[in-house]
Design a protein around this ligand. Structure first.
Ligand code: ADP
Ligand code: MG
Length: 339
């Protein structure tokens, strides 16, 4: 059997089982947004690594080199945010094709460096090599968090409410505009910017991690239809999403209308928004929402509830069962996606 018939997550499960028994007690390995290694100081070291491959994760002709540098770091910073941590350092490995200009490389490092300095991340190493066809970028980010505050995917409980830190589907709308070479409008420009320059929710992640009423947390990288299943799997539970509560930006609504597309579908299944998806103990939701607004001057969005029906992800629209057309993004399984 070749990989085209295997889901990326089944593949990871297949080989991760083989290594799980040798992991020291207290260390969290494969299965969360970062690995977590507790230290005797009460702090934990967080590590995450991500690959960006040309024509799989980005289109060279569409993304400015500076934005690609930003995005390459942002996606890994988002994994640190997902654990409630603070990033400290990064390693960057590049496989570059000889036809790239020196200006392209300079711009890439400018984008990477600007985001790194915003979050006080030091570039400590990496590797550079030639590639014959496609650009390949690997970023590893190291961070830390107070051990007793680290947020895992496995801490959701039935009755908890599910929240996100921002609008969903913008990145998928931006990708649609790029792939269809849609003439630029204010809305499409905004969506493409979201797709090319995601904003890792680091301050929000650290803030949420300081609240014991917050249970499970992760970042949204494959679309909540896929991401929520990761929480369900790790926490042995189910979930209900109230589709009418899913936050959709005015730009996505207007763009979707102009393209005769469904913004809700993008919001549920579109990847690469890099928001935080987390659960809150129901009694504390209004307090957390109020405190979040006081702190960040914007809203949190409750979108549903964790249920005890293990493995069942249910969508409702105003109480009526709702069906989505396409599942969240997965490498290998099904047709080829450019995302
Ligand atoms: P994320 O989207 O947060 O970066 P992924 O969905 O890519 O996470 O990966 C899920 C989990 O599987 C993570 O814990 C990741 O570290 C682990 N993982 C993915 N690929 C590999 C691999 N080739 N070897 C070891 N662990 C892997
Ligand atoms: Mg992640």
């Amino acid at each position: 059997m070749n990989l085209s018939r295997i889901n990326e997550f089944d593949l990871i499960r297949r080989f991760s089982k083989r290594f799980s028994q040798d992991i020291p007690r207290g260390v969290i390995g494969i299965g969360d947004d970062c690995s977590v290694t507790p230290l005797s100081s009460g702090m934990s070291t967080l590590v995450t690594t991500d690959l960006l491959v040309e024509n799989v994760h980005f289109l060279r002709w569409a993304i400015p080199a500076k934005d690609l540098g930003h995005k390459a770091l942002a996606v890994s910073l988002s994994d640190i945010a997902a654990m409630g941590g603070r990033p400290t350092s990064a390693y960057l490995s590049l496989a570059l094709t000889p036809d790239l200009s020196l200006e392209w490389v300079d711009d890439f490092f400018k984008g990477f460096g600007e985001l790194a300095s915003v979050h006080r991340v030091n570039l400590l190493g990496g590797d550079t090599t030639r590639s014959h066809h496609d650009i390949v970028i690997n970023v590893t980010v190291i961070g830390n968090a107070q051990t007793d505050r680290v947020k895992l995917r496995s801490s959701a409980r039935a009755g908890d409410l599910i929240c996100v830190t921002g609008t969903l589907g913008d990145s998928a709308g931006g990708l649609h505009a790029i792939q269809n070479r849609v003439p630029e409008t204010q809305a499409s420009k905004f969506l493409i910017e979201q797709h090319h320059r995601p904003d890792p929710n680091l301050c929000e992640g650290e803030w949420l991690a300081s609240h014991s009423s917050v249970g499970a947390m992760m970042d949204t990288s494959d679309g909540i239809d896929s991401d929520l299943r990761r929480i369900m799997e790790s926490s042995d539970c189910g979930a209900r999403v109230d589709v009418e509560s899913v936050p959709i930006s005015p730009e996505l609504r207007s763009y979707a209308q102009s393209q005769l597309c469904d913004p809700t579908e993008w919001a549920l299944t579109g990847g690469e928004d890099y928001r935080l998806l987390f659960t809150v103990c129901g009694d504390f939701l209004s307090q957390v929402c109020k405190d979040f607004r006081d702190q960040f001057h914007r809203s949190l969005f409750p979108i549903g509830e964790i249920t005890s029906e293990r493995g069942k992800l249910e969508y409702r629209s105003h109480g009526i069962p709702y069906r989505i057309l396409k599942a969240g993004f997965s490498h290998f399984a099904g047709d080829f996606h450019e995302d």
